[in-house]
Ligand binder design. Structure first.
Ligand SMILES: [Zn+2]
Length: 266
């Protein structure tokens, strides 16, 4: 068993445990108003109705993390994280658009955006999935982050900074969908492409993500490593990036079925 497999199993177990702790039924109808309340609270007067919720359309929000004054991490080949995340967002957007998915992005260029602006864009779109894209030189494979907020109880909804609490259970199932798609991602002719991409699942507090009223994930691309821990494929490797983007697109399409059943409700 390699380290990647161990990590994936741990990740799957973490998802299972978290899902068991709070059954979906416990956060169902009573908290359904929470995300709308949070979105409404932050919505300036006169702004248009959410894109996804009222039309019933399947909308995906892509957030290329960092940008402008915030370069993010320094990656291989002198690449800035903000540039890699934008490239990933653009590639994923075009794959999804080609499959009929409406995509809303937080940025299309090198602009500076704070966490609240990202969450506000997300919440206006009422998306079926919010994917916030990061890249790093640490660790390996793909890191999936779900908010560390405890799933919301009926009474403590509506706060902008914790809007994600009502959606944590669905965010965990989105993480599970992305995890299984990445596990099935073995393909290609080179030895590096013949193994699945290692996946690590973690719970963390991310300011933008914690305010999002949608199933939301932080997705961080890390290098691939050989058994001795040395980097074998950098995050800036074009074929590695497209392999991950392909898997993410497949995960979103698989998630679409779940969305059609439940709609825009936590
Ligand atoms: Zn980052």
């Amino acid at each position: 068993m390699n380290t990647g497999q161990t990590i994936r199993r741990l990740a799957a177990a973490a998802i299972a445990i978290a899902a068991l702790r709070v059954p979906a039924s416990a956060v169902g109808q009573q908290t359904a108003a929470a995300p709308q309340a949070a979105a409404a609270k932050a919505k300036p007067a006169g702004s248009p109705a959410p894109v996804g919720a009222e039309s019933g359309r399947f909308v995906v929000l892509l957030d290329a993390a960092h940008g402008g004054d915030d370069a993010g991490a320094h990656l291989a080949n002198s690449a800035a994280e903000k540039t890699v995340t934008l490239a990933l967002s653009v590639r994923l957007r075009s794959l999804l658009a080609a499959r009929g998915v409406t995509v809303v992005t937080t940025r299309e260029d090198n602009s500076t955006l704070d966490a609240d602006a990202r969450a506000l864009k997300a919440n206006r779109a009422a998306p079926a999935a919010c994917l916030s894209l990061h890249a790093t030189e640490s660790g390996e494979g793909v890191h999936l982050f779900v908010s560390s907020l405890a799933p919301a109880a009926a009474a403590n909804f509506a706060a902008w900074k914790t809007a994600q609490a009502a959606w944590v259970t669905r965010s965990l199932s989105l993480a599970s969908t992305v995890n299984s798609t990445l596990e099935r991602s073995a393909q290609g002719d080179t030895p590096a492409e013949a193994v699945a991409i290692p996946v690590l699942l973690a719970r963390t507090s991310l300011p933008g993500l914690d305010s999002m009223s949608c199933p939301a994930l932080g997705i961080e691309l890390a290098p691939l490593r050989s058994a001795d821990g040395k980097v074998s494929v950098e995050v800036t490797d074009a074929s590695y990036e497209s392999r991950v983007v392909d898997a993410l697109a497949a995960a979103v399409l698989s998630w679409r079925g779940d969305w059609q059943t439940k709609g825009h409700q936590p």
